[in-house]
Structure formats: structure tokens, C-alpha cells
Design a protein around this ligand. Structure first.
Ligand code: NAP
Length: 241
């Protein structure tokens, strides 16, 4: 594997939230970073500006990860700008809450397309790299209304284990990071304060995760210290489960 200074990382869904923290962190560590986004070009460009002002290398690239052709263009753009991809962080995700009985077809298809198919679409790397998939600790919490979202993330975890074995001989590790409740729009938007307070107290560390808690974990798995971790799910969640 090349030195970090020569390594290229794509972070999907990096315009905001956990993905933006991961992209910023990897750029500070010396990776050239592709800041992928779906629609929020302004936030992605602002992050790229901040990275470049600090002396890093970055590029904003729009692609809906659920669209395989768009993902193909994302990789082509990355390769043209920086060379092949060494680190892929499959972070783009959406969460919609409804009971399994109440969710309509769009609710099911949308989450499967972005969370699950999106990660599959992106799974292509040159030899000697790291794939890090964002799961969620809801996979083990079994909360009502999280069924479809949790199912997409359980699929991600299963795929993480399988892909780590399928890539035998290519020196690519595949791991998942499963955050608990983290203070981003995905978690906070639309929730009554009492629900947020309740979920904040659930972990024995009695606080919400912050995006920076997760960028530490991803940087570890992407970097030299994570080289021997393969096919694992790391629950970075303050002990909630
Ligand atoms: P967030 O703040 O809502 O940000 C979501 C990001 O994903 C945005 O950059 C968004 O881009 C991008 N995105 C959404 N749909 C996309 C698509 N089809 N193609 C490409 N990008 C897309 O979410 P977050 O909380 O940071 O979550 C990041 C990951 O962590 C997700 O996989 C989520 O499931 C997982 N996670 C989060 C929590 C939590 O409590 N926050 C807990 C466990 C796991 P635009 O800005 O362009 O819309």
C-alpha cells in the first residue's frame, strides 16, 4: 500500500454529518479526498475549500450512489483527477422511520437503493486498499419503526464479511463501522426533544456520538494501524449495545 500522502479516498455522502467529518479527517492525514454528495453542492464545495485552504487535496463530486452509472462516473472522475482509489468509505445513507406494516413501497425501495445497493455499486478498488462501510447499532437494538433501515444495515454487515473473503489475494480489507445515535441531521431531524434526550441517555457514556467520534474510528481502519482488521464490524457507540 502506498504512503498515506499518495493515497486516494472516496467518501460517499461527505457534504454533511459523519461523512464530512471523515473526509476532513482523511484530508488532514494526507489523503486526497473525493467529497461525494447527492444534491448539496454548496456544502460539498465549502468543505473542499476548507480542505484546500489547510493545504489538503480534495474534489467535490456529485453522484447518487443508488445509480450504478453515476457511481461509474464518480470513479472515472476520481481516477482522472487523482489516480486509482485506495480507500472507499461507503457512508452515504438515509433513514426513514415507520413500522414495517406502515411503510409504503417508496419507503422500502428508497432505503434499500441508497443504503444497500449504493454500497454495492461503490465496491471497486485497486489492489491494496480499504473499504469501510457505515452500518448502524440499530442492527442490535431492535427498536420499533427502525425495521427497514436496520435491515439495510444488517445487509451491509453481512456483505462486509462476505466481501472481505471474496477479495482474498488482493490485499484489500473490508470492515464496517456501526455508530450509535450521532448528532447529525439524519438522527436529529423530526424527533421530539424528549425522544432525543432519552436516546442520549441510553449509552452508558450518556451523550450522543459526534461526527468526530466516527472519523477517529474510520481513520484507524483506513490507516496503517488498522491493517490487520478485516471482515469486522466495529460498534463505535459509547456502549449503547
Ligand atoms: P446525514 O447528516 O443525513 O448526511 C447524509 C449524507 O449522505 C449527505 O452528505 C447526503 O448528501 C448524502 N446522501 C444521501 N443520499 C445520497 C445518495 N443517494 N447518494 C449520495 N449521497 C447521498 O447522515 P449522517 O448521520 O452523517 O449518516 C452517515 C452514515 O452514518 C449513514 O450511512 C447513516 O446510516 C450512518 N449512521 C448514522 C447514525 C446517526 O445517528 N447519525 C447512526 C448510525 C449510522 P446531500 O447533502 O447532498 O443530501
Amino acid at each position: 500500500m502506498a504512503n498515506i500522502e499518495n493515497r486516494i479516498a472516496i467518501v460517499t455522502g461527505a457534504s454533511r454529518g459523519i461523512g464530512a467529518a471523515i473526509a476532513g479527517r482523511l484530508a488532514r492525514e494526507g489523503y486526497a479526498v473525493v467529497v461525494n454528495y447527492a444534491s448539496n453542492a454548496k456544502a460539498a464545495e465549502e468543505l473542499v475549500d476548507r480542505i484546500e485552504s489547510a493545504g489538503g487535496k480534495a474534489l467535490a463530486a456529485q453522484a447518487d450512489v443508488s445509480d450504478a452509472a453515476a457511481v461509474g462516473r464518480l470513479f472515472d472522475t476520481t481516477e482522472a483527477a487523482f489516480g486509482g482509489v485506495d480507500v472507499l468509505v461507503n457512508n452515504a445513507g438515509v433513514m426513514t422511520l415507520a413500522t414495517i406494516a406502515d411503510g409504503d413501497e417508496a419507503f422500502v425501495d428508497g432505503q434499500i437503493a441508497i443504503n444497500l445497493k449504493g454500497s454495492i455499486n461503490c465496491a471497486r478498488l485497486r489492489t491494496g486498499g480499504r473499504i469501510i462501510n457505515l452500518s448502524s447499532s440499530v442492527v442490535g437494538l431492535y427498536q420499533p419503526a427502525y425495521g427497514v433501515y436496520a435491515a439495510t444495515k444488517a445487509g451491509i454487515e453481512a456483505m462486509t464479511h462476505v466481501l472481505s473473503k471474496e477479495l482474498r489475494g488482493r490485499n484489500i480489507t473490508v470492515n464496517a463501522v456501526a455508530p450509535g445515535p450521532t448528532a447529525t441531521a439524519l438522527f436529529l431531524d423530526g424527533k421530539p426533544q424528549a425522544v432525543i434526550d432519552n436516546l442520549t441517555r441510553l449509552a452508558p457514556l450518556e451523550r450522543l456520538g459526534q461526527p468526530e467520534d466516527l472519523d477517529n474510528t474510520v481513520a484507524f481502519l483506513a490507516g496503517p494501524d488498522g491493517a490487520w482488521i478485516n471482515g469486522q464490524v466495529l460498534r463505535a457507540n459509547g456502549g449503547i449495545i
